[in-house]
Design a protein around this ligand. Structure first.
Ligand code: PMP
Length: 409
């Protein structure tokens, strides 16, 4: 099926001349089937986006997470415009700095304070430093393959990184409490922090929920050994529970990191924490040219209030379930076996017996050509703006895409 993407390719050629790789990082087109996907977007509205060639898509990536109440949600945009008219960036914060910190503390049962930055990487690295300052220890434990950002201690690719950058990082397999217990028992006097995402959402992998007792076991180990439990809720935060994904899975960390969905696409991240870490939080130097900007904070307050007012969390859960059930049904009709994984608000689908996810590339490319934007190797995101009609249209297009996959198999 031919899609008109001439403007995308024209722009990409220009980008390649002046930007290394054209588009880099998680948005690199290298992971997508060329000729099926647009590389540049022009606008968004609710659950739909339009590329630079005018093609329309139902958006299941939501900008890889930030868009949670829908593109250009009027409540968020009005708050943004109001603050923009007064100014964004000053010599000191606006009062929104306090209002948003108070709001996060109110929403989060374990938190007594909040700090703000711009990216998920900023707050994940800072949280590890706070744990070091609080404990006087050096090491940090993470799950092998888990993504916590671009900084040297955890960057997924080796270029430009030294062994010394990784010297204090220990890795354990996700969901393996005995491996973690063994590691903590042998190294406890050196471990400052355990940092985990609330569920496993590694790229190129089915998502995995924590097994019964895993997160409670992590909490117990941290308490027994004086280790700081950091929940990296950058990807899932505010999609599963307004009090943080720990509430959804029944665990309360010491520090939690947020970014993506906090401000519906405006640049903001946050870390919230317990009273016991307030002094350490004050001691670790943390700043950035734009950390105090008012516009993203106005967006965050409007976004979080809209999510609550529209019952967005329950909506995303219900819509995600409808999508997964529909895809599963459509696949079976073509004698294909698929696995849907992850919490419904951050769903993912892969094919059985497709280790390199190459069938998923065929499927997702066929979907993109039919106006449904999915990623073959990265979990998807629901927004509260998706509708039942979006899901039904998606499942209808999936029936056509599964037919193509069945023919290729
Ligand atoms: N942690 C997790 C779990 C993430 O998903 C991401 C971003 N994908 C990050 C940290 C880093 O966030 P950012 O890209 O905003 O630096």
């Amino acid at each position: 099926m031919a899609v008109q993407l001439s403007r995308t390719f024209e722009l990409f050629e220009r980008a390649m001349r002046v930007v290394p790789g054209g588009i880099y990082g998680h948005q690199t087109p290298a992971l997508l089937v060329p000729g099926s996907y647009p590389y540049f977007f022009a606008r968004g509205d609710g659950s739909h986006v339009w590329d630079v060639d005018g093609n329309e898509y139902i958006d299941y990536l939501c900008s890889y997470g930030p868009i949670v109440v829908g593109h250009c949600h009027p409540a968020v945009e009005e708050a943004v415009l109001r603050q923009m008219r007064d100014g964004n960036c000053f010599n000191a914060p606006t009062p929104l700095w306090i209002e948003l910190a108070e709001h996060l503390v109110e929403l989060t049962p374990f938190a007594d304070w909040a700090v703000f930055a711009k990216n998920g990487s900023d707050v994940c690295t800072w949280a590890v430093e706070v744990a070091r300052a609080a404990t006087g220890r050096r090491k940090v434990v993470k799950a092998a393959g888990a993504y916590h950002g671009t900084h040297a201690w955890c960057s997924p690719l080796p270029a430009g990184i030294t062994d010394e950058d990784r010297a204090n990082v220990l890795e354990v397999p996700w969901n393996d409490l005995s491996a973690l217990t063994a590691l903590v028992t042998s190294e406890s006097s050196a471990i400052a922090a355990i940092i985990l995402t609330p569920f496993r959402h590694d790229a190129f992998h089915d998502s995995e929920l924590p097994v019964d007792g895993y997160l409670a076991g992590v909490r117990r180990l941290c308490d027994q050994h004086g280790i700081v439990f950091i929940l990296d809720d950058v990807r899932a935060g505010f999609r599963l529970h307004l009090g943080g994904s720990g509430e959804y899975f029944g665990v309360r960390p010491d520090l939690a990191c947020y970014c993506k969905a906090i401000a519906n696409g405006y640049a903001l991240s946050a870390c919230v924490g317990r009273e016991a870490f307030r002094n350490a939080a004050q001691d670790v130097f943390f700043t950035g040219s734009y950390f105090t900007s008012g516009v993203p904070m106005a967006a965050a307050l409007a976004c979080l209030r809209t999510l609550a007012a529209e019952d967005g969390i329950a909506r995303m859960d219900a819509l995600g379930r409808r999508l997964c059930e529909g895809l599963d049904r459509a696949a079976r009709a073509h004698d294909l076996r698929v696995t849907t994984s992850g919490p419904p608000a951050l769903p993912f689908m892969s094919f059985a017996d497709d280790p390199g996810q190459s069938l998923n590339r065929v499927f997702c490319a066929a979907m993109a050509e039919r106006g449904i934007y999915l990623h073959p190797h990265h979990n998807w995101f629901m927004s509260a703006a998706h509708t039942e009609a979006d899901i039904d249209r998606t499942v209808d297009r999936a029936e056509q895409a599964f037919k193509i996959v069945a023919a290729e198999r």
